[in-house]
Design a protein around this ligand. Structure first.
Ligand SMILES: [Zn+2]
Length: 265
């Protein structure tokens, strides 16, 4: 089954300062100072006056563009991209994932499989005396936003969302940071939604209350394990999978060799 065409949701973002503005400013100032330098030539006073006026105007005009460039550049440098968790599941999940790695709650939109995997991952690292820190934010300045490809199955619709993100991955032991990497990645999230309610007996979901896997229909009647009742529509949308694919270029990494392998086993 092929995915349908890609749609994108643009992200409101701060753009990088335009090199064109700086160029315009520099050219105007260069032309202006050239005209003003003609005052040393042996020409009529009237012409000198005209050259001075035009030269000064060009310099002022150029300075305006240079100022605009410097202001935009400062804004861009100080701008820290953030997820917008108010209306969009992709952002909410990304933000929730960052929080999880800061030792907070599990992402609220994660399905049972993701919750299980995240807990397992934390457990394994703890046994090795390590703590993992992961943080992703929208990549600065692309403005491309989040791409989406939808696929309808018999049971529900699956959206694959993806966006370029800037990620930090670090591992800490009790004393120090043993590994740290910053890189540009694409983060994919697979979201299941709009279930076919007539197929509730065939859609398998994890109980949000106790984590047992059931047919969605069973959860409508009451979870066989914990008794909680859900409406099938309450069980969606859910992020059912996510992954990060890293570009091979454009990253920095610091490793303390050996430290990662001291607690093997
Ligand atoms: Zn349950």
């Amino acid at each position: 089954m092929a995915f349908s065409e890609i749609r994108t949701q643009r992200r409101i973002t701060v753009r990088e300062a335009s090199g064109g503005d700086l160029f315009k400013g520099a050219v105007a100032i260069a032309a202006g100072t050239t005209l003003i330098s003609c005052l040393t030539l042996d020409i009529s006073t009237g012409l000198k006056g005209a050259l001075l006026v035009v030269g000064c105007l060009l310099c002022l005009y150029g300075a305006k563009w240079v100022r605009k460039y410097l202001k935009d550049d400062k804004t861009y440098r100080e701008y820290a991209p953030e997820w917008d968790d108010k209306h969009f599941i992709y952002d909410r999940f990304a933000k929730g994932l960052n929080a999880w790695y800061r030792q907070e709650e599990l992402p609220e939109d994660a399905d049972g499989d993701i919750a299980y995997f995240l807990k397992l991952q934390r457990e394994r690292l703890r046994n090795k005396g390590l703590q993992m820190e992961k943080r992703v934010v929208p990549t600065k300045g692309t403005g491309y936003g989040t791409g989406k490809r939808s696929r309808k199955s018999l049971w529900y619709t699956t959206d694959m969302f993806f966006e370029q993100v800037s990620g930090t991955l670090a591992f800490h032991n009790a004393n120090e940071t043993v590994f740290e990497q910053q890189s540009e990645m694409t983060m994919y999230e697979i979201v299941a939604h709009t279930p076919d309610t007539t197929r509730g007996d065939q859609i398998r979901v994890t109980c949000p209350q106790c984590g047992a896997v059931n047919a969605a229909l069973k959860l409508e009647e009451g979870c066989p394990y914990c008794g909680t009742r859900f409406r099938i529509r309450d069980l969606f949308p859910r992020v059912v999978n996510f992954f990060l694919s890293q570009f091979t270029r454009n990253y920095t990494q610091t490793t303390k060799r050996g430290l990662l392998t001291t607690n093997k086993g």
